[in-house]
Design a protein around this ligand. Sequence first.
Ligand SMILES: [Cu+2]
Length: 224
Amino acid sequence: MKVTAIVAAAVLGAETVSAHYIFQQFGTGSTKYALWDYIRKNTNPSWLQNGPVTDLASTDLRCNVGGLVSNGTKTLTMKAGDDFTFYLDTAVYHAGPTSLYMSKAPGSVADYDGSGPWFKIFDWGPVGSSWTLKNSYSSTIPKCIPDGEYLLRIQQLGLHNPGAAPQFYISCAQVKITNGGSTTPSPTALIPGAFKSTDPGYTVNIYSGNLNNYVVPGPKVFKC
Ligand SMILES: [Cu+2]
């Protein structure tokens, strides 16, 4: 524990210079779009641009600070089944899971605040005692979901400081899905609300015990 505390202190010290990390770039196939193209840019000051959200009751948990509105973000048209990638400014270095969520806008996603139901499409949970910490995360749009406009949300949960509030690193892309199916995704959850201070996957001390039974917070992953 003592060693862990020293390492944690060293990381925190480094963060005053380098801060944390942010999902700031979207891509499909081999195409990487310009920074913040199709991703809602948070409204934090530049020095805090890559900071986390920690308040479980805040609507900032949806699409980061200022992310309830589009603020001019473009919407990318994709086909159901297409692959996509979220790229970071620097590789994730706080241990913890990464998840992908979607929420269908009632109309135009540019006008959507993310207050509707969210379903989860992927989890990167622990692999043995380690975590998938990368500078990009790729997945695919489920083939069976209905056509329409969606928020596509990535969340990395930093569990590196047991006893302190876990840190949510979040960004949302705006996508319009075509060639979809007719399955209504489930289960769903609202954000805030999907993550509770009592979730075992939130309160866990990742440095003690094994992670074999670790459950990533949020609803179960939806599969077509
Ligand atoms: Cu950090």
